[in-house]
Design a protein around this ligand. Structure first.
Ligand SMILES: NC(=O)c1ccc[n+]([C@@H]2O[C@H](COP(=O)([O-])OP(=O)(O)OC[C@H]3O[C@@H](n4cnc5c(N)ncnc54)[C@H](O)[C@@H]3O)[C@@H](O)[C@H]2O)c1
Ligand SMILES: O=C(O)C(=O)C[C@]1(C(=O)O)C=C[C@@H](O)C=C1
Length: 286
């Protein structure tokens, strides 16, 4: 028997579409109903075999679902849940894939009617591409997924959400929401901020009469891949995880200032040591 009888995915893009693909491939879901705002995208999702059918009205779409996955941009997750909450089937589990957790988990838990359950989640996997066309079944394979239970979380609902991500190929890590938001600010949000700033800085460099970006090669392009990510998604993440991101930007500035002073002071040994410490740590995570 499949883990989920009727899965409703709200926001059938990269994250929602990839989860749908792998659960269908593994036979772990009876039926997948997609919900979204753009009918063309939903029609395409049916054509691609990502979902079985779609509804543009979230209220009708969640009818009879035993699990609802919210995969819209972070600033819309709670408002989408507010709309569907009164229409959830008894026993329904709602989970999400949003990149920020504190505010979402607190608001969503409070919105759930008695007899329905919310569990926050975040797959640490993605690409710089968006939309259902960019989704693929192996996205979560061998990656981590952070699930963020609270004191209010129902153990059976937690177990089902954990099992879902394991079946998608992920190693599940349980973490509290505050730690999640600080860890993600460091390992995901700060790199995106730096990449966006770097591209704008180099793109705006005006010493010459021509722009210099076309001269960029492997180093610049590898480093800035994530600056091609969806601007609206990253606007929402920056706004919602503002405090942790600001803390990490300030922390990072101290290291950048240290590096600047090593360059300024022509401190060869200091520079080599700075680079060696970094190389050792990065090589260890590959
Ligand atoms: N892209 C990544 O690398 C990544 C990784 C992990 C988690 N996430 C999180 O997953 C979520 C989805 O990201 P994605 O990359 O799949 O984005 P996406 O743009 O590929 O998909 C989002 C989908 O949601 C739909 N949508 C937007 N607002 C909606 C609303 N109010 N109601 C219904 N549908 C709506 C969009 O039309 C789109 O189809 C975000 O919360 C993001 O923070 C993204
Ligand atoms: O690989 C990428 O392109 C990503 O941006 C994925 C990435 C990340 O920063 O690692 C981005 C946002 C997430 O919430 C999780 C993962």
């Amino acid at each position: 028997m499949p883990l989920i009888q009727r899965l409703c995915i709200i926001g059938v893009g990269l994250i929602g579409g990839s989860l749908a693909r792998i659960l269908r491939e593994k036979g772990e879901v009876g039926e997948i109903v997609g919900i979204g705002r753009g009918e063309a995208n939903l029609r395409r999702a049916v054509e691609l075999g990502v979902i079985n059918r779609y509804e543009t009205d979230p209220v009708g779409g969640v009818a009879g679902a035993d699990l609802v996955f919210l995969a819209t941009p972070v600033c819309s997750i709670a408002s989408v849940l507010a709309r569907i909450a009164p229409h959830l089937a008894p026993g329904c589990i709602v989970t999400d894939g949003g990149s920020v957790k504190g505010e979402i988990v607190a608001t969503c838990e409070a919105l759930m009617p008695a007899g329905t359950f919310f569990v926050g989640g975040h797959p640490i996997a993605g690409t710089e591409h968006s939309g259902v066309e960019a989704s693929f079944a192996s996205l979560y394979q061998g990656r981590r997924c952070i699930v963020t239970p609270t004191a209010a979380t129902d153990p059976l609902a937690l177990h089902k959400v954990v099992r879902m991500w394991e079946l998608a190929g992920s190693e599940v890590v349980l973490m509290d929401v505050e730690k999640h938001d600080r860890v993600l600010a460091a390992i995901s949000h700060l790199p995106h901020m730096v990449a966006y700033a770097l591209v704008n800085a180099v793109g705006g460099y005006d010493r010459f009469e021509e722009g210099i970006l076309p001269y960029s090669a492997g180093g610049f392009r590898d480093f800035t891949r994530i600056a091609s990510s969806d601007p609206a998604m990253w606007r929402d993440i920056a706004l919602m995880n503002r405090e942790s991101i600001l803390e990490m930007m300030d922390f990072f500035s101290r290291y950048f200032a240290e590096l600047r002073s090593l360059v300024d002071g022509e401190d060869g040994a200091g520079l080599e040591d700075f680079f060696a410490r970094s190389k050792e740590q990065r090589d260890a995570i590959l």
